[in-house]
Design a protein around this ligand. Structure first.
Ligand SMILES: [Cu+2]
Length: 146
């Protein structure tokens, strides 16, 4: 039965490698979704450092851009072009707010949690424009219920 040991070692190694592989998560940019008009689906993601989020153009005239007030200190941020299917890799733990530039006040926002992080109080205190504020408060209440 000695032949089993190297096989088990290889299986363990494979399992460890698989869990360490970075993933790509897809977010749809839509004119309408289950939460109403102008949405990202999903509007909340929990990912691991090294993972990538790709924004898919389900409908036209949307983009994805970081929100300075809802980003960790020192984060350089990004602004995708309209209709660009931008892929963003997150290497550092924290919460990252995303907005569609033309539809920010119409509530087209989402939040990404990377790794181990606690939602900062400054995020709750920040008032996003228009419907975006209600959508963020809704996301925060879902996080609080976890
Ligand atoms: Cu949009």
């Amino acid at each position: 039965m000695n032949y089993l040991k190297p096989v088990l070692n290889i299986l363990c190694l494979l399992a460890l490698t698989a869990s360490a592989v970075a993933q790509t998560h897809e977010v749809l940019m839509k004119n309408r979704g289950s939460a109403g008009p102008m949405v990202y689906e999903p509007d909340y993601l929990e990912i691991q450092p090294g993972d990538t989020v790709k924004f898919i153009r389900k409908h036209k005239s949307h983009n994805a851009a970081s929100i300075a007030e809802l980003s960790p200190a020192g984060y350089p941020g990004f602004i995708g072009k309209i209709d660009e299917e931008i892929a963003v890799t997150y290497n550092h733990a924290g919460f990252y707010g995303i907005k569609c530039t033309p539809h920010y006040a119409q509530g087209m926002v989402m939040l990404i949690k990377v790794g181990d992080a606690t939602l900062p109080d400054s995020y709750r205190a920040f008032t996003a424009p228009g419907i975006a504020d209600k959508r963020f408060q809704d996301i925060y209440s879902r996080i609080d219920k976890q």
